[in-house]
Design a protein around this ligand. Structure first.
Ligand code: ZN
Length: 222
């Protein structure tokens, strides 16, 4: 495989998801789509498939119904991934996305989904989404090494200018990475760190320049 030949590893595939639906036809299409994503992750050798689970069901104001649908669909998908080498990872998203991207907003609620689904499912922790959570440490401890499937890093700009494409370079926002990383490592995470800066500003810059700034800032975080 070209990735392995280049001396690289795939830490995870991002993403499956948008599991909420308005009817059974939509649900079945979502199941098919996500089964293909699991197969793609398997082909890539990715140990985890990251899920952005979706917000409100179409035409609905019922977040609880959305969460119930997510448990139901993930349970079906877990049957497909069982034995494949790919684990399903639920990524809680910042609550500003609750309506349109993820009605799972906290690590605790993501772990509640894992408990309800059962089987070989876990969580993806992204600093951008969970840095504000007063129960973050407790959630990480509850997840433990067995259910921590990914570790994403991006900083929070103040003020945020765009809800999706204004993540900040590490060290240029307000997140205390050193403190959160200590919690993540103490909870048992031993994998690689994935930097995930969705940003129109950084997308417009030379990638080698971005990488140099990232390396420098990352080393200065401790
Ligand atoms: Zn992420």
């Amino acid at each position: 495989m070209r990735i392995a030949d280049a001396g690289m590893v795939v830490t995870g595939l991002c993403r499956g998801g948008y599991l909420v639906h308005g009817d059974a036809t939509q649900r079945d299409a979502i199941l098919d789509d996500n089964r293909r994503a699991i197969d793609e992750a398997n082909a890539l050798g990715a140990p985890a498939l990251c899920f952005v689970v979706g917000g409100l069901p179409p035409g609905s104001r019922d977040l609880r119904a959305g969460r119930a649908q997510i448990v139901e669909v993930l349970s079906r998908l877990a049957e497909h991934s069982a034995g494949s080498g790919v684990r399903l990872g639920v990524e809680p998203l910042h609550p500003m996305y609750a309506a349109d991207r993820s009605c799972i907003s906290t690590l605790a609620s993501a772990l509640d989904v894992c408990d309800a689904v059962g089987g070989d499912i876990g969580v993806i922790v992204d600093t951008y989404h969970v840095w504000w959570d007063p129960d973050l440490d407790a959630g990480l401890q509850r997840a433990g090494a067995a259910r921590l499937l990914g570790w994403h890093l991006a900083d929070w700009r103040v003020p945020t200018r765009d809800l999706l494409m204004d993540r900040a370079m590490l060290g240029e926002g307000v997140i205390d990475f050193a403190a959160i990383e200590r919690m993540v490592r103490a909870a048992g995470w031993t994998g690689l760190s994935e930097v995930e800066i969705f940003s129109d500003e950084w997308n417009a810059r030379d990638p080698s320049d971005t990488l140099a700034v990232l390396a420098s800032n990352y080393q200065a975080l401790d």
